[in-house]
Design a protein around this ligand. Structure first.
Ligand code: NOS
Length: 287
C-alpha cells in the first residue's frame, strides 16, 4: 500500500553493507543510548564513528541530549555498535524510520540489543536515580494502530505476527540484577513495566494515574517500538530505564516534569549505568 513508509530489505542491506565496508568491527552487541545517556558510547575502544547525516537512509537526531552518531568499537574486547542518540515518534518521523536502526543492527550481525532510556517513575516506591530493569511493556501507540510492523511483512526479517510475551530476555534480566547487585547498586535497582506514549507533551496528572492503575511502573516516549522490531527479526533484547523524574500524581504537587531535570539525572547516574551495561556486555554469551 502507498501509505507504507518503510524500507525494503534491500534498502536495509545497502545501509548495512555501506557501514560494513568502512569498519573492520563486526558487532555482536548493539546498544541504544537514551536521553542524556550517550556517555555509554564513549566507553568503546578503537572507535569508528559515523554521523547519522552521512549514513544512507538514516534519520537525524533532533533532540537535545542525543548526539546523532553511530559508534563502532569494542567494549572490553567485545565488538559493539552504539547509537548515540535515538529517534522518537514526536520528532515527526514515520514509525518505520524510528526503528530502521534495529534492522540495520540485525544485518550487521548483532545478536543482542541493549536499550536504555530516561523515564518518569509512576511506581510510588521508585526514586529519582533508580535504574529499572524492564520486564514488560505497554504499547499505547500500538493500541491506536501505530505499530512499527504495520505494512507488508518481509519474511526475511520475521513472521507476520511476532510473539511479544517473551520480548524481554529473562536470562539478561537476571544477569543485569546479578551484575547490579555485585556492583553495589542493589539499593537503586528495580524492575518493572515500561509504558510508551507518543509525546512530546508530558503526561497530565489524570494520565499518570491511569497508567499507574494499568500496571505501568515507568513512562517514556521511546524503546518499545525498537523492541518490537528487534524481536521481530530475532535479536535478544535487554532494556532499562533510568528514572529521571517522578511522574506527578497529585493535584497539590508543586513538581513539574521537564527535560532539564531528565538530562541532569542522566548525568548523575551515567557512570554507574555505564559500568553496569559494560559489565553485562562482557558476560553475555554468544555462539
Ligand atoms: N522521559 C519521559 N517521557 C515521558 N514522561 C516522563 O516523565 C519522562 N521522563 C523522561 C523527555 O525528557 C525525554 O525523556 C523521556 C522521554 O522519552 C523523552 O524522550
Amino acid at each position: 500500500p502507498e501509505s507504507h513508509t518503510g524500507y525494503s530489505y534491500e534498502d536495509c542491506r545497502a545501509t548495512a553493507d555501506w557501514l560494513l565496508a568502512q569498519t573492520a568491527v563486526r558487532p555482536v552487541v548493539g546498544i541504544v543510548c537514551g536521553s542524556g545517556l550517550g556517555g555509554l558510547a564513549d566507553m568503546l575502544k578503537d572507535q569508528v564513528v559515523f554521523n547519522y547525516r552521512d549514513i544512507p537512509n538514516f534519520p537525524q537526531s533532533t533532540v537535545h541530549g542525543h548526539a546523532g552518531r553511530l559508534v563502532f568499537g569494542t567494549l572490553k574486547g567485545r565488538p559493539c555498535v552504539c547509537m548515540q542518540g535515538r529517534f522518537h515518534l514526536y520528532e515527526g518521523y514515520p514509525i518505520q524510520k524510528i526503528t530502521l536502526p534495529m534492522r540495520i543492527f540485525k544485518l550487521l550481525g548483532v545478536e543482542t540489543v541493549i536499550l536504555t532510556n530516561a523515564a518518569g517513575g509512576l511506581n510510588q516506591d521508585f526514586k529519582v536515580g533508580d535504574i529499572m530493569i524492564i520486564k514488560d511493556h505497554l504499547n499505547m501507540p500500538g493500541f491506536a494502530g501505530n505499530n512499527p510492523l504495520i505494512g507488508p511483512n518481509d519474511e526475511r526479517f520475521g513472521v507476520r505476527f511476532p510473539c511479544m510475551s517473551d520480548a524481554y530476555d529473562r536470562e539478561l534480566q537476571q544477569l543485569a540484577m546479578d551484575v547490579g547487585i555485585e556492583l553495589g547498586y542493589g539499593d537503586f535497582l528495580r524492575e518493572g513495566v515500561y509504558c510508551v506514549l507518543g509525546g512530546p507533551s508530558f503526561e497530565t496528572i489524570a494520565e499518570c494515574r491511569m497508567l499507574h492503575k494499568l500496571g505501568a511502573d515507568a513512562v517514556g516516549m521511546s524503546t518499545v517500538h525498537e523492541v518490537i522490531v528487534a524481536r521481530h527479526c530475532g535479536m535478544r533484547v535487554f532494556a532499562l530505564s533510568l528514572i529521571t523524574n517522578r511522574a506527578v500524581m497529585d493535584y497539590d504537587s508543586e513538581e513539574k516534569a521537564n527535560h532539564e531535570e531528565v538530562l541532569e539525572t542522566g548525568k548523575q547516574r551515567a557512570e554507574q549505568l555505564e559500568r553496569m551495561v559494560s559489565t553485562m556486555v562482557t558476560r553475555i554469551g554468544h555462539n
